[in-house]
Design a protein around this ligand. Structure first.
Ligand code: NAI
Ligand code: MG
Length: 497
């Protein structure tokens, strides 16, 4: 059984989609198109114009014209009101957007409706408020080589300019919101490149943003591939900043490409986040918590709790509890209301994740739940729990980005602090205990951007998110993200002249 698609969704996917440049829908300069598949079946869902370098040039020109022109002439309040309206329109079209997201990405419709879409709306509204609250400082000067001189010195916080934003496929609309909200609130203009696997909701968002009153050219949307459109954006001399979310490997390529004109860079990359369960905690809380930490969004979360550590005396109980949940999860199409976990996003991800499952077996780890592809159609993988690992195994070291958790026991706080940090990543961590002093002592020692205590996967537009180490540069959300989208200008006036 599947839900009936809204008429607007059927029409949207039936119409070949174009690029959105300068407020207009246009064909790619090359005339090329690409197909986005339905991950539940592998069949083509929709055809989309494929942007490349020439389209990037056009979009950069449009973004520059909007930055120099209409966008910079709006008051902060007018800017904020448009951004707020984008949030409200997302809510108005929530059912439709949730269906598009579920179709294109594979996630259960109910999850898109309860999490992705409202979080995106909230993000825009939170950021709308910042538009009127960007402030500089006045600063007292004491210049030693100008005795007696007096100054009036202050700072202005200004937009960086034309920003390229390259986003992934795991939360397509939400990642667009995380990127666009702060860029717009601070007065930048944008070229957004959605992931080639999931371009649909960003294209619908372009229509919504126009309806909200965003001037032409302020946001341009260029669906296309990373190696072509993405690389051209990251390297373009007319782009002042690039913001990227995706693999650590591509994050490093972005940094190299950005070096040409030393554009500003912010990165939100991969993770291998530890989720740590102490033996004092109620297993009825920790077991579903640990399962949610890894299985939410089919494990396709940069911050997935993919390394589960359980204190020795409860190890078997917690691992068996998570394995029991894993075995009971109902896999199916995201549009089937009974589905608890949908397919992975693509054939490529299916092959990556099953490759890790094979490598775990070859390396001698034990699979206690799942471990295989599910079915023959679509890109489904069984929720998987692996034990008996060693620290050098690929399943322990590398980001799998699928519903696969590796579990191991620990004994002391010192030992677990070291193990938690024994990774090149530093995105998130979970701690489950009733002992507040233990929780905060460990939270302080963990080298990661987010630490959740007795919860996991709690996101809020007000809570900054980002990575230590190779998990990224800079923070998204919260007021911290404003730093990533503004330049600070110091202005110094000598008085009594
Ligand atoms: P990816 O990093 O290749 O893709 C993310 C985005 O970057 C997409 O929009 C893509 O078109 C673009 N891109 C790819 N190559 C580019 C290049 N050379 N220059 C500019 N843009 C480029 O991720 P992919 O291949 O989809 O997934 C591979 C692995 O990456 C996953 O298995 C997972 O481990 C990790 N990943 C992490 C994400 C996160 O949220 N941190 C999100 C997606 C993937
Ligand atoms: Mg890739």
């Amino acid at each position: 059984m599947t839900v009936t698609l809204e008429k607007s969704v059927e029409d949207f996917i039936a119409t070949p989609r174009q690029l959105f440049i300068g407020g207009r829908w246009v064909h790619a300069a090359s005339g090329k198109t690409f197909a986005t598949p339905n991950p539940a079946t592998g069949e083509t869902l929709a055809n989309i114009a494929e942007a490349d370098a020439e389209d990037v040039d056009r979009a950069v020109r449009a973004a520059r014209a909007a930055f120099d022109g209409p966008w910079s002439r709006l008051t902060a309040s007018e800017r904020g009101r448009i951004i707020w309206r984008i949030g409200d329109l997302i809510d108005e079209h929530a059912d439709e957007l949730a269906q598009l997201e579920s179709l294109d990405n594979g996630k259960p419709l109910a999850v898109a409706r309860a999490a992705d879409i409202p979080l995106a709306a909230e993000l825009f509204r939170y950021m709308a408020g910042w538009a009127t609250k960007l402030e500089g400082n006045t600063i007292a000067l004491s210049v030693p080589y100008m005795p007696g001189a007096e100054f009036h010195a202050y700072t202005l916080r200004e937009p960086i300019g034309v920003v390229a934003q390259i986003i992934p496929w795991n939360f397509p609309l939400l990642m667009a919101a995380w990127k666009l909200g702060p860029a717009l609130a601070t007065g930048n203009t944008v070229i957004l490149k959605p992931a080639e696997q999931t371009p649909l909701s960003a294209l619908r968002l372009a229509e919504i943003m126009a309806e909200a009153g965003l001037p032409d050219g302020v946001v341009n949307v260029l669906p296309g591939y990373g190696e072509t459109a993405g690389a051209a954006l990251a390297a373009h001399d007319g782009v002042d900043k690039v913001a990227f979310t995706g693999s650590t490997e591509v994050g490093k390529l972005i940094v190299q490409a950005a070096a040409g004109n030393l554009k500003k860079v912010s990165l939100e990359l991969g993770g291998k986040s530890p989720n740590i369960v102490f033996d004092d905690v109620d297993p009825a809380l920790a077991i579903p918590g640990a399962a949610n930490a890894i299985f939410f969004n089919h494990g396709q979360c940069c911050v997935a709790g993919s390394r589960l550590f359980v204190q020795e005396s409860r190890f078997d109980e917690v691992v068996e509890g998570v394995a029991t949940i894993a075995r009971g999860i109902k896999l199916g199409s995201g549009l089937d209301p009974d589905t608890q976990m949908g397919p992975l996003v693509s054939d490529e991800q299916l092959r990556r994740v099953t490759g890790f499952l094979d490598s775990g077996r070859t390396d001698g780890a034990r699979t206690v739940a799942g471990g295989n592809r599910h079915g023959e159609r679509g890109y489904f993988v069984e929720p998987t729990v692996i034990t008996d690992t060693s620290p050098d195994m690929a399943v322990v070291r590398e980001e799998i980005f699928g519903p696969v958790v590796v579990a191991s026991p620990f004994s002391t706080l010192d030992e677990i602090a070291d193990q938690a940090n024994a990774t090149t990543f530093g995105l998130g961590a979970g701690i489950w205990t009733r002992d507040v002093s233990k929780a905060h002592a460990l939270a302080k020692r963990i080298r990661a951007g987010t630490v959740w205590i007795n919860c996991y996967n709690v996101f809020d537009a007000a809570l900054p998110f980002g990575g230590y180490k190779q998990s990224g540069w800079g923070r998204e959300m919260g007021h911290e993200v404003l730093e990533a989208y503004t330049e600070v200008k110091a202005i110094c006036t000598q008085l009594h002249i």
